[in-house]
Design a protein around this ligand. Structure first.
Ligand code: GLN
Length: 230
């Protein structure tokens, strides 16, 4: 049977500001998602090009089929699953808060009630904070880097974003600038590759993800980016 791959170059949406999943360093786009998708596409013989975009544009672009799929640390949520389709989960995540390194007042997640909290527009964190942080005053940024700068400038009291991103930032660019609050605010979120509803790509991509788990590629790539085994 004719495969999707024969007919076109797939357009793959991603928001290249989510270290260590997709980010730019020394002019190169890299990260866990980038490695994972590149391997999937190469094994399946799929041609593709990256379409960088703001995170908040990804789900609408899938709904209108302006992109063929997206990989961008996208949390599988029931609301999203009403309007787009997901692959099987490929990464277990959660949410974590950071404060400025010199902040002596907020020492645990409980201290965030009533505070000004920076979040990234269109992410699952927005709804989560509404439901779970009492009297939070949310400030939205299109890009988490801007939220983290606002934190260092004292314009927000805390930033809440995906745990692996926050930890990676705190250990690299944000070292000595931000402090991670423990424990994480939330765990048990999962990332999936995202597709327009009914995309014919999904079954073959799920099969390929199982194969990459079985043959060690997934584990090696995970260790490369997170420094620990999954
Ligand atoms: N996991 C977050 C969400 O799906 C987004 C993470 C990101 O900024 N790419 O809402």
């Amino acid at each position: 049977k004719a495969s999707f791959a024969d007919s076109k170059v797939l357009v793959v949406g991603t928001d290249v500001s989510f270290m260590p999943f997709e980010f730019s360093q020394n002019g190169k786009t890299q990260g866990f998602d980038i490695d994972l998708w590149t391997k999937v596409a190469s094994d399946l013989g799929l041609q593709f090009k990256w379409q960088p975009m703001d995170f908040s544009g990804i789900i609408p672009a899938l709904q209108t089929k302006n992109i063929d799929l997206a990989i961008s640390g996208i949390t599988i949520t029931p609301a999203r699953a009403q309007v787009i389709d997901f692959s099987e989960p490929y990464y277990a995540s959660g949410l974590t808060a950071v404060v400025a390194e010199n902040d002596k007042a907020i020492t645990s997640p409980a201290g965030l009630a009533g505070k000004k909290i920076g979040v990234k527009t269109g992410t699952a964190t927005v709804d989560w904070v509404k439901t779970n942080v009492k009297d939070a005053q949310m400030v939205s940024f299109p890009n988490i880097d801007d939220a983290l700068l606002a934190l260092q400038a004292g314009r927000v009291d805390a930033v809440i974003h995906d745990t692996p991103n926050v930890i990676y930032y705190a250990n690299t660019a944000g070292k000595g600038l931000v402090r991670v609050l423990t424990p994480p605010m939330e765990s048990g979120e999962y990332y999936g590759m995202a597709f327009p509803q009914g995309s014919p790509l999904i079954p073959q991509i799920n099969a390929e993800l199982s194969k990459l788990s079985a043959n060690g590629f997934y584990k090696a790539t995970y260790i490369k980016w997170f420094g620990i085994a999954p």
